[in-house]
Design a protein around this ligand. Sequence first.
Ligand code: ADP
Ligand code: MG
Ligand code: MG
Length: 711
Amino acid sequence: MGLLSEGSPLSWEETKKLADHVREHGINQFINLYHRLKDRQGDILKWGDEVEYIIVKFDDEQKVARVALKAKDLLEKLNEKELADPKNVKSLWRPEYGAYMIEGTPGKPFGGLMAHFNLVEANMRYRREEVTELLGSDECVMSITNFPRLGSPNFTYPLAQPHPEDPLSSARSLYFPDEAIFPGHPRFKTLTRNIRKRRGEKVSIKLKVFKDVKTKLPVEGAPPGEPDVVLLDAMGFGMGCCCLQLTFQACNITEARRLYDQLAPLCPIMLALTAASPIYRGYLTESDCRWNVISSSVDCRTEEERGLTPLKEQKFRIAKSRYDSIDSYLSPEAAKYNDVPLTYDEDVYKRLIEGGIDHLLAQHVAHLFIRDTVSLFSEKVHQNDEEDTDHFENIQSTNWQTMRFKPPPPNSSIGWRVEFRPCEAQISDFENAAIVCFVVLLTRVILSYQLNFLTPISKVDENMQTAQKRDACRKEKFWFRKSSKSTEQRAAQAANGTSNGNGITTNGINGTNGNATANGNGILKEENGHAKPPVMTNGTSKPMNGHGINGQASMNGSGADSDEHTDTDDEENELFQLLTINEIFNGKPNVFPGLVPLIRSYLQSMEVDTDTHCTIEQYLRFIQKRAAGELITTATWMREQVLNHPDYKQDSVVSDQINYDLLKRIQHIQEGKHIEPALLGQLNHSKTKTKDFIPPALQKQLAKNGCCEEK
Ligand code: ADP
Ligand code: MG
Ligand code: MG
């Protein structure tokens, strides 16, 4: 999201009346943008992270930590550099839902050079330092997923009290005051009000309390008949959580669809690995992740849509909240795994088909468009459907799913992108950088080895629920696709450097820069033989023709995994097995080589400078160890901190004192003052300093390649 433009939000009644208008024009806009951009080719790999942060204020005398409601003031200062010189900033700052939250991204996306993996952590550190400079000595910017006592008495600074009976309140929450919603832009309060009004009542977020020997039941505020439930009643409890997201640019729409599909089954897996939020409203719960909380926090479905009363006013029963995991794959080879019935309006679907959109994309968009707009600004109502995309974006950007398929914005140099959205924010820059780099590397491996992770959507949904269970990372099993022989062969071949001359480079797929040819080492060379720095390219996809995803990189002649062609129903069933997180990341003999070993084999074929190599190796070891349970998740660590705290009374309550000490410890960890072996082991951080970012020689080559530079 760019800097939010100011505007006047319409009332809910006005917005509601315009729901069909937004839908109709949104669909027109999508059809138009599709035809303008569907043939766009040759975009290079670009990628970038988004980290959300909470500002915490410590009262060292009273031993209380609170969220500091100062994001608006901070952002005014943080945005100064960008406003003065938007092209030359190292970071960009944006508002988020909470008045105590900010979102930071790198100033420019990273690109296709291996060396970029060595910049991520430094850039994250830079962002943290940039904010820290603007804070008081008793304040701290923290990349924690949830503030443990969010919604507990007096959790904000300055103190603000909820006003559930006030008709002017947006949230009407018993716990979460409107002052904790970002005040600098009307979008956030408007969404809060409209979601509540559309639903017909306040949102209702239910979490099972972690029952300890002295846990008092019913939990304070528990709904009738559900004594063990921690009830949360406001959008802020979910949208006020932080997460870690990544966006990648694909070379064209086909590759974007493919990456969207291949990454979707990895969402629950990465959610389990990054679990970081076991405490809500001051209670230890049975959940380790924010996902269901945030999903319920914006659940605008009416009782009819949720299936509680017969359909009268509304058109459909709707299975999920607008914030949830994806419901359908987008590429033809994945279509058979779309095993969950998709809800959509036949007329909308028909218009898309008649507008020249293929079935899979049409049903995806039609499904997004079952939602009504919940935030509309008066100056945006009337648009030019040939050029504008605001109505499309209005619905697209309020479908908050595990993956987002992002068309290029109007009049920009940006290509087709996909966003990976499940991960929870980790305490340290090291951890966040490790996760980001891991996922980006995984996309390269998926494209290079044509990996196939496709799993029926119903099983991915099941995995999403499993992922959030207490200590799922060590204790649970997840549906995962068995790898095919051809995958393993490809990986082994690449590792041995025995790739053939079929247009495959061992570093992936032929580059989009026409003068690059592959040599046996997988390094792209210019025709005259001068080696370029190792570049991770995007594919050069042909239109989908059933002959593999990218016309070039087909090792078995058909492009798709060979098991695709011989599947019988029985084999299909055997394809999906229940694996532990350890097995998925580190491998299980005869079933799956492991995500990390696959990345390692890919890296063997890349030329990487020593520094970057060390950094990546640290990240991979961290991921391996966490997956193996040698290092624990942030969620498990937080639980242990609470359970072992002298003030803990075995009653599931995270008191002010415990909260204060927990956050102080987190502060020391993120500042590197305290090494927590259970979380980080002996791993070293990326050595790249913020200021020496990229060596000058590399910078020149970068500029030549057009990497890391917005056109
Ligand atoms: P969102 O719509 O999710 O808020 P943002 O605009 O905040 O997305 O950007 C998300 C990330 O995408 C940022 O890290 C940014 O650096 C990165 N990014 C920007 N341009 C591109 C691009 N052309 N391709 C891929 N990623 C990009
Ligand atoms: Mg963003
Ligand atoms: Mg995002």
